[in-house]
Each structure stands twice: as structure tokens, then as C-alpha cells.
Design a protein around this ligand. Structure first.
Ligand SMILES: [Zn+2]
Length: 93
């Protein structure tokens, strides 16, 4: 499984601090920002699915988020979703 890896500037390897431009080498980091935002959105959707008892969906969304940007909190969200998927049977929609 994907382990959390700190994001870095692909040009100079400076730590990513959520800015569209690297403060060290001025590289354009807007695509990195987009990936982080997408992963954040997927985790939020996974949390919503979890609250709604849609455990399979939460598991799928949180796994997608990990593929884009692995974080410790994202890993926990995936683990909880996976456990809920195996423990509870979802009602038929
Ligand atoms: Zn840089």
C-alpha cells in the first residue's frame, strides 16, 4: 500500500508548501497543487460516503485519494473504510 511521502518540487526537491511556485527555484507547481486538491476532494467525498453508510464507495474514494497523494490521515480514512466494508453489510439502494 502507498505510504505517505512528503511532496517535493520535482526540479530542486524543495519541500512543497502548498504554493503554485517553488520558493527556491521558481518552478511552476500548479499541477502539483491540482493533484493535492483532487486528493483532498476525494477524501472529503469518502468521508461523506462513510457518514452515509456507503462503505464500499468510501473505500474506493479513499483509495483513489491515496493513489494521488498519500497522507497519514488519508491512510487512516482508507483503513476505517476498509474495516467498515468488511464488518457491515450495506443495505441495498
Ligand atoms: Zn524547486
Amino acid at each position: 500500500m502507498t505510504e505517505p511521502i512528503p511532496l517535493r518540487c520535482p526540479v530542486c526537491k524543495a519541500g512543497f508548501r502548498g504554493q503554485c511556485q517553488c520558493p527556491r527555484c521558481s518552478a511552476d507547481l500548479s499541477r502539483l497543487m491540482w493533484i493535492v486538491a483532487l486528493a483532498t476532494q476525494l477524501r472529503q467525498q469518502a468521508r461523506t460516503a462513510l457518514y452515509q453508510g456507503q462503505y464500499q464507495r468510501a473505500c474506493h474514494l479513499s483509495h483513489q485519494a491515496l493513489e494521488f497523494h498519500a497522507t497519514v490521515a488519508g491512510r487512516r480514512l482508507f483503513d476505517i473504510s476498509r474495516i467498515m466494508t468488511t464488518v457491515y453489510i450495506e443495505p441495498l439502494a
